[in-house]
Write a protein that binds this ligand. Structure first.
Ligand code: FES
Length: 321
């Protein structure tokens, strides 16, 4: 399972709201008593239970060394489904918000020999910031290619300036699209590529990394992959190992929906296959993975799945529930 610290729900106070760039607002969260927060690792995100009801996932963009403050940085999106609007318009210093996590689905693989290549697009810089702090502290070889619409829209440029020429800043209105080929170079062993940003960028990075050794590429997606329609799906039997209960999952339904209809409520949050909250062990059968989290190697192992989107590629799927 990919939870790196025990998941818990906390009530935290917004102690500051800080503009990081055009349209990017950071919320600083602390315990009301100023005490220590749970530890977390670079790449982790929180579930923020926002005013008005939406629950959204945001990467922690601050430093894991700061045990008293968590920072999340949120882009104001014109096509907001309520999350970024709630942060930008409703959240105020002094407010108390419920937070679940931290949870890490984009963890840094610790590999002393590795060269770390980071590629960030726009607000995708948020999980990369603590990663850079960690690799810079450890003395590892690393570099960052950071793109954005324009310099004024790119968060954390002053913080990144201290890393000198390890960081290449490429606003699109000055340089055009990121030159991924020049940054990545030829496929090689002992390199780890971490990328977060808009889908177009991630697809381009994925395509460039096809010829690299398996396990090189690590992506964090903001939005789910498109899924097949109900007409392309077949019903299957779902069996819960711990209770022996079984259900039919019809075309068009998710495993999570079927469980909820039957009074079972597994942990879940995004319901889109992007946060990892609903990750469940597979005991028997072959999952039809539809999440945007597992790597190809993890999918091929078939021992875990995201039940909010995944289905089965077989008639009978047994889960550790
Ligand atoms: S609830 Fe987020 S991955 Fe399933």
């Amino acid at each position: 399972m990919r939870v790196t610290s025990e998941e818990q729900r906390l009530r935290l106070r917004v102690t500051a709201l800080v503009w990081e760039a055009e349209g990017v607002l950071s919320a600083h969260l602390r315990r009301s008593d100023g005490g220590d927060l749970p530890p977390w690792t670079p790449g982790a995100h929180l579930d923020l239970h926002l005013p008005g009801g939406p629950v959204r996932q945001y990467s922690l963009s601050g430093s894991p060394a700061d045990r008293t403050t968590w920072r999340v940085s949120v882009l104001r999106e014109s096509a907001s489904r309520g999350g970024s609007r709630a942060v930008h318009e409703s959240l105020r210093p002094g407010d108390v918000v419920d937070v679940t996590g931290p949870r890490n689905t984009f963890a840094l693989v610790d590999s002393p020999e590795s060269e770390y290549l980071f590629i960030a697009g726009g607000i995708g810089i948020t999980p990369i910031m603590p990663m850079i702090e960690e690799v810079a502290t450890s003395g590892a070889r690393w570099s960052l290619l950071y793109g954005g619409r324009s310099r004024s829209s790119m968060a954390f440029l002053p913080d990144l300036a201290r890393y000198g020429d390890r960081v290449t800043v490429r606003p699109q209105d000055e340089y055009g699209l990121l030159d991924l080929d020049a940054f990545l170079g030829p496929p090689r062993q002992n390199a780890s590529v971490y990328s977060c940003g808009p889908e177009q960028l991630l697809a381009a990075v994925e395509q460039r990394c096809v010829a690299w050794p398996p396990g090189t590429l690590h992506l964090e997606r903001f939005a789910a992959h498109p899924t097949p329609t109900a007409a392309e799906e077949e019903a299957f039997e779902l069996v819960l190992r711990r209770t022996g209960r079984s259900f039919t999952v019809k075309p068009g339904s998710t495993i999570l929906e079927v469980l909820e209809e039957n009074g079972i409520e597994p942990p879940n949050s995004c319901r889109e296959g992007i946060c990892g909250t609903c990750e469940t062990k597979v005991v028997e059968g072959i999952p039809d993975h539809r999440d945007s989290l597992l790597t190809q190697e993890e999918r091929d192992e078939n021992d875990t799945m995201m039940i909010c989107v995944g289905r089965a590629r077989c008639r009978r799927l047994v889960l550790d529930l």
